[in-house]
Every structure is written in structure tokens, then in C-alpha cells.
Design a binder for this molecule. Structure first.
Ligand code: PEP
Ligand code: MG
Length: 753
């Protein structure tokens, strides 16, 4: 069954849309299992009915018309059980209810498999046989594999309005929250579109000029291929070089160029016309039984990509951006963001990346919501679509239902009112009604953020992520470059403290010029592990920090990703030696306070040992949560399991705070948890000395601090520590916020879906 499955997977992935894919699926399954009928039912979001979407074997014209109530018949039974149902004689089953429209009484053998995506039943794939037939285990396994393949495609089509006949619009694509906020706008797919499947449909403004553009791109690629072939002549044996000739020949062929030009003349812009021609041929090649010819399909894709890249570089015409532009792409660069005219950028969607990628950092600095890691978003089919972006929950609603838009419009209005109210808190102290102060600071990573931080009323920078200047360069920055950057930041904040974290690359933060290939990067060479192994990087950065601090004296140094106490000893050794070295050079440097990040469970358990070595501790809850719960913080698939209110997280954070204080060391929190009003209430109860967060979160947290006495927060903490599930903690905290009149701090105010 492997070969039919492989073909089917290809069909689903290369089909233009789901309505094209489903008939292919039922056709192939029917052939592979040699059954009399194969059908796909999909659940209607609105009514919950199972709608027949595609069939081969049931009477023609049933599609879209056969609708089964929830739980009705064997299809309903399969959906209810969420497990395959395999019956030799369907008629003998108590749930059997033949659908007269579909003439089902003619069938006896039945194999129904649920189409499930992350626990949600999206539909049912059913095979039916006229005679009695019990399907064997490998046939059942085949159907399960097909259903799994379909599930991903259906989910993404549903979330983008791709299934016109089934009620849609309240579904969302889950990504990873990259920058907070809510946006309602129109999607613009950004360049470059390196993948054919991502090219959006668009009309040609001037078909004649567009065709010329296409032909000259083809010519350029032909030249490029020839010269590649020549260049390889000394390196590759003759047979392998012939690949380049095959490519050039394929491009010469009338089958590729002429149909594309026809499509352009019919009104399509060149990239989409080219995409359609290439994909048509790719599909034809992939259907072939001959192995050699099938591999030609990948050659075709390669050519397709080359011409596309050539087209893009020829056609860099200025783009028009909608008024509330939500920029979407596989990757979005700083230049892409810069191209959107001021005031028009409403949000950012990225199919790759994480909360730490440049795009997310920039979006936060620009104050626009961003959702990252949207692998399920079919970028090529959503250009110009209306969209709602929920940057708090990392959700995207493409072509949203009116109900969703209304809900988010209300949310936006509430946010504006709230922001206006919170501005008044700016100059008031972060002190509880019973007189306990908590230092509220901001996390920044860009020089541009600093102003936002100052405007929010922050008492300093609790975490300056130093990675960004490294990420945007083509080589490691020099001591002078870093010095200028750090001096700027320290000067802007002085005399308020600035906690600068030493370089924390690795994990998902890679540098283009410092490749690290690892199977498990989050458990690999990261943060202090790199800087201790590469002392020249560490030394340069420390020299720049210490020199920048000479005139201001407000620097504090923070060590990331510590998992062994000896790492702290070694790092402090390097810092002390660097201080001595600079003094020897006659520079008046001072030894800054050195803190340790507690973001690995082992570090949390060794709090006392770390506290003895450090001047302060800073809990990095973003990583601590991921390592404690074994949940990748950037994986949208497990985003629902990543929860800062998990009792194990609360107990660990509380342990670190109490242990730190027992040894007389200040303890702060600099992960996102500090910026969430509900979690901040618990941190207040724990007695943390400082909380550092995104500037936009600071006024909300200040409001919490000013509204709850320490004793009240402590009582809530004790109650929360006795609970076993995160949702119970959340209910407790939300009730407390509401009782205190802070109900509108609960984000999102209400889930629209
Ligand atoms: C953290 O892990 O909580 C943290 C603040 O660091 P980063 O998010 O940069 O990993
Ligand atoms: Mg971290």
C-alpha cells in the first residue's frame, strides 16, 4: 500500500485547493482498495452536520447535498468514536441508517475512518463495498494514513476559507504569539516568494509587458544554466553535467513557455501563470509509473523556482499596500517591514520563526502584533484576504466570520480605552496599597525600544537582549561597534540600571555567519555554553560593555542558560580578568554586579549555590517553562501545553524566589510571565523584587501592583499552589482580578471562536 499512499500524499500536497484534492483522494483510495465507493465527509462548522464533499461510487450530484446530522448513521458513529469502524455487513449494525439520496442500501462492507486534527474531528473518510467485506488490517492502516494526510490539508483550507461549501470563518490557524496586540486588516504577501506554491494569484496589469518580462526571465535562467554547466565541467563527470542540459532543454520546450504566455495573455500575472504551468507538468510527471520520469518532476520544480527568482528580480515594481496592512510571508525581513508606508503596517504573519526571531523583535518594537510559526498558513492563497490577528494567543483568522470581526473590533476599542486610562499611571510608583514596592522594568533588544521603555514609566531595563546587533550583521560585530551600541543604551537610561545579558545565541537564534547544526538545538550549544567555549566572543562583548559603562555606572551583567555552577565561576573569572585588563590599559572601569538567569530546571534546584556566587538572580520563565514542561516554546502544535500557570511552574518559580531570599539575594523575573497581569499577581505574592517585561505590558502590571495588597496576593498564591491544573489557577486569578475591578486586564477578553 506504500506506493498508492506516496502518490496520494503528492496529490494532496500539489493540488491547487482542497476541492481539487478531494476527488483525487477518493479516486485513488477506491482504486487502491478496490472498493465500490469511497467518500469524504467534512463537518460543517456551523451546524455540526457531516457534509458529503467528494465521492466516487455514490450517485453523481450527491456532493454538498447529502448532509448528516451530528451522530447520524455510521458516519456519525465514526466521528463520535474518533476511531475506525470496520464492518463486514453494515446493515446489521444498530447505528446503520442508509441515506436514500446516496442509495446506500446497496452497500454492505464498510470501513469508516475519522479525519482528526489535534483531537478535533474534521470529517470521515469512508470506503463501501457492495458485497460483504471485512477490510484487512493493512487496508485499515492505509485508510488511517490517508485520513491523517487529509487532516492537515483540510484544517488549513478551512482556516483560510478554502472550503466554500462548508460553513467557515470562525476557525483559526494556530501559531506562536510573536508580538502582543490585535489587528484587523488585509493580508499582503511579501516578497521574495521563493516557493512556487506560495505565489499568490494576481491579475496582470499589462499582459504584454508581463509576457516580455517572463520571456526575458526564461532567457536569463537558460544563460545561467549553461554557465553553471560550463563551470561544473571540470568538477563533475559528464553524465551529471548533462543535468544542466536537460534543464535548459526543458526550458526550451514549447510545453512550458507557450502555455505560460497564454495564461498571461488571459490576464494572470507572470509568477502565477508560470506556477500553474509548472505544477500542471509536475503533477503529470508524478503520476507516471516510470521511476526515471518521476524524478524529472523534481527537476521541473527546480526550474520553476529558478525562473520565479529571476522574475522577482526583474519585476521589483513598487508595491501598493492596503491601509491596514498585515504583512505575511515565509520569512519577513526588516527591509520588507520598512517597505510598508508609515502608519499602514497593522500586523505581521510569518510561517517560520519564533518569538525571538528578528521579525518578532521588530514587530514588538514597532508596536504591531505578530504571529510566528504559522506553518499551516497557505501563504500563496491569502494575498488580499481580510484577516484578524490575535497576537496575544498567536491566532490568525483568515476571511473571518462577521461574528469574529465584531468581537475583535470590540476588543480593539476596549484596548484603546484601557491604554488611555493606564497612561495616567505612568508617573505613579509601583507600590502596593500596603506599601510594598516592586521594581518594574522593561525588556528590550533594540535601541529603538528604549524610548518606548522610558515612556512606559519603567525603572530601568531588566533585560537587554544583546543578540540583535549580532543577528543583523554578516560577521561578528567589532568591539567598537558593540561599544557604541551599549553606550547609547546605557546613556539613554542613566542613572537607571540596565541589565545586559551576555550573548544568548544558539537554540533557535542562529547567526548567519556562525552556523550551528544540531538535532536538538534547544538542548545544545546555547547561551553561556557558547561564550565559554569561544572566549574571544565573550571577551570582546565584555570589553565593549565595561568600556561603555565607564561614564554611566549603571551596567549590570546577566549570564544566560546556566545549568552548572561552574559556568558561573568560569564566567565571573573571565569578567574579573577583563576588568583587570582594561584597568591595566588605564581605563577607569568598575566591576558591575553580575547576575545569573534561572531558566533551566537544574539551575532552579541549585538556586542557593548560584545565589552564593551571583549578585542577583533573574528568572527567565520563557525557557524555564519550556524545559520544565518539555514543550518547545516555538512549536505551534504544542502551544496549548505551554502554560506559565502550570502548578509545576508556579512551585518552581516560588522555590527560586524563596531560596534566593533565604540567601539574601535579590530575585527578579524577566520572562513573559512578568508581563501577564494574572501571573504577575502571583509573582507579587511570592515577593519578587523586580519584574521586567515588554514596555506595552508595564502599565497593566503596575495597575495590578497598585490594586492588591501583598497579603492578598500571598493568600492567592497559597491557594494557587494547592491547585493541580493550570486552568483552575487561571479561574482563580481571573476571579480575583474581576473582584478588584481589573476584569478588563484579562487577555484576551473573550475568545471569539
Ligand atoms: C527567558 O527565557 O525567559 C528569557 C527572558 O530569555 P529569552 O526569552 O531571551 O530566552
Ligand atoms: Mg531564555
Amino acid at each position: 500500500m506504500l506506493e498508492p499512499l506516496r502518490r496520494l500524499v503528492q496529490d494532496v500536497s500539489t493540488a491547487e485547493n482542497l476541492e481539487e484534492a478531494l476527488p483525487l483522494v477518493v479516486h485513488q483510495v477506491r482504486g487502491a482498495l478496490d472498493v465500490d465507493a469511497c467518500s469524504v465527509f467534512l463537518r460543517d462548522d456551523g451546524s455540526g452536520e457531516m457534509v458529503l464533499m467528494a465521492t466516487e461510487g455514490l450517485p453523481p450530484g450527491c456532493e454538498g447535498r447529502v448532509r448528516l446530522a451530528p451522530g447520524e448513521g455510521l458516519v456519525g458513529f465514526v466521528a463520535e468514536r474518533k476511531e475506525p469502524v470496520n464492518l463486514e455487513n453494515a446493515g446489521a449494525h444498530p447505528r446503520y441508517l442508509p441515506c436514500p439520496q446516496a442509495c446506500e442500501e446497496r452497500f454492505h462492507g464498510f470501513l469508516g475512518v475519522p479525519i482528526v486534527h489535534y483531537r478535533e474531528v474534521l470529517g470521515v473518510l469512508a470506503a463501501q463495498q457492495r458485497g460483504h467485506r471485512l477490510f484487512n488490517p493493512s487496508e485499515a492502516a492505509f485508510m488511517v494514513a490517508v485520513a491523517a494526510q487529509l487532516a492537515g490539508a483540510i484544517r488549513s483550507a478551512r482556516s483560510t476559507g478554502g472550503i466554500a461549501r462548508v460553513g467557515v470563518g470562525t476557525s483559526f490557524v494556530q501559531g506562536v504569539a510573536g508580538a502582543p496586540g490585535v489587528a484587523i486588516g488585509t493580508i499582503t504577501v511579501s516578497h521574495p516568494l521563493a516557493r512556487l506554491s506560495d505565489v499568490p494569484d494576481r491579475p496582470a496589469k499589462d499582459p504584454h509587458a508581463e509576457a516580455e518580462l517572463f520571456l526575458s526571465a526564461v532567457e536569463r535562467v537558460q544563460d545561467e544554466l549553461r554557465s553553471l554547466g560550463d563551470r561544473m565541467s571540470t568538477l563533475l563527470p559528464r553524465e551529471e553535467r548533462s543535468l544542466f542540459d536537460v534543464f535548459a532543454l526543458l526550458l526550451d520546450s514549447k510545453q512550458l513557455v507557450q502555455p505560460t504566455v497564454r495564461r498571461i495573455r488571459a490576464g494572470s500575472w507572470a509568477p502565477a501563470a508560470w506556477r500553474d504551468t509548472v505544477m500542471e507538468h509536475v503533477r503529470a510527471f508524478e503520476q507516471m509509473n516510470d521511476e526515471y520520469l518521476r524524478t524529472r518532476a523534481s527537476d521541473l520544480r527546480d526550474i520553476g523556482r529558478r525562473v520565479l527568482v529571476a522574475l522577482q528580480s526583474e519585476a521589483r515594481e513598487p508595491r501598493r499596500y492596503p491601509e491596514h496592512c498585515v504583512l505575511a510571508g515565509e520569512e519577513i525581513t526588516a527591509a520588507d517591514l520598512a517597505e510598508v508606508p508609515a502608519g499602514q503596517l497593522a500586523g505581521v504573519l510569518c510561517s517560520r520563526g519564533s518569538v525571538l526571531s528578528h521579525t518578532a523583535i521588530l514587530a514588538r518594537a514597532l508596536g504591531v502584533p505578530a504571529v510566528m510559526g504559522l506553518g499551516d498558513l497557505p501563504i500563496g492563497r491569502i494575498d488580499g484576504a481580510p484577516v484578524v490577528v490575535d497576537g496575544y494567543q498567536g491566532r490568525v483568522y483568515v476571511r473571518p466570520h462577521r461574528r469574529v470581526v465584531v468581537e475583535f473590533e470590540r476588543l480593539l476599542r476596549d484596548e484603546e480605552v484601557l491604554a488611555a486610562g493606564l497612561r495616567e499611571l505612568r508617573d505613579l510608583p509601583a507600590r502596593t496599597p500596603d506599601g510594598h514596592s516592586v521594581e518594574l522594568q522593561v525588556n528590550t533588544g533594540l535601541v529603538a525600544d528604549i524610548q518606548l521603555g522610558l515612556e512606559s514609566g519603567a525603572e530601568g531595563v531588566g533585560l537587554y537582549r544583546t543578540e540583535f546587533p549580532y543577528m543583523i550583521r554578516h560577521a561578528f560585530p567589532s568591539e567598537e561597534e558593540l561599544f557604541r551600541n551599549y553606550r547609547h543604551v546605557l546613556a539613554a537610561l542613566a542613572p537607571k540600571p540596565v541589565v545586559m545579558r551576555t550573548l544568548d545565541v544558539g537554540g533557535d537564534k542562529t547567526l548567519p555567519y556562525f552556523a550551528i547544526e544540531e538535532d536538538n538545538p534547544f538542548l545544545g550549544w546555547r547561551g553561556i555554553r557558547i561564550t565559554l567555549d569561544q572566549p574571544e566572543i565573550f571577551h570582546t562583548q565584555l570589553r565593549a560593555m565595561l568600556r561603555a559603562n565607564i561614564s554611566f555606572g549603571n551596567l549590570q551583567v546577566l549570564l544566560p542558560m546556566v545549568s552548572h555552577v561552574r559556568e558561573v565561576d568560569e564566567a565571573i573569572g573571565v569578567i574579573d580578568r577583563t576588568v583587570a585588563e582594561l584597568r591595566d590599559e588605564g581605563r577607569a572601569v568598575t566591576r558591575p554586579p553580575v547576575g545569573v538567569m534561572v531558566e533551566v530546571p537544574a539551575a532552579a534546584l541549585q538556586t542557593a549555590a548560584l545565589a552564593r556566587r551571583a549578585d542577583f538572580l533573574s528568572i527567565g520563565t520563557n525557557d524555564l517553562i519550556q524545559y520544565l514542561l518539555a514543550v518547545d516554546r516555538n512549536n505551534a502544535r504544542v502551544a496549548a501545553l505551554y502554560d506559565g500557570l502550570h502548578p509545576a511552574v508556579l512551585q518552581t518559580v516560588n522555590w527560586v524566589v524563596q531560596e534566593g531570599h533565604r540567601t539574601g539575594t535579590r530575585v527578579g523575573v524577566c520572562g513573559e510571565m512578568a508581563g501577564d497581569p494574572a501571573s504577575a499577581l502571583l509573582l507579587l505574592g511570592m515577593g519578587v523584587d523586580s519584574m521586567s517585561m515588554a514596555a506595552s505590558s508595564l502599565p497593566r502590571v503596575k495597575w495590578v501592583v497598585r490594586s492588591f495588597t501583598r497579603d492578598h496576593a500571598r493568600d492567592l498564591l497559597q491557594e494557587a499552589l494547592g491547585l493541580e491544573e493550570a486552568f483552575a489557577v487561571r479561574l482563580l486569578l481571573h476571579a480575583a482580578l474581576k473582584d478588584a475591578g481589573l476584569g478588563n486586564l484579562i487577555r484576551p477578553l473573550k475568545s471569539a471562536a
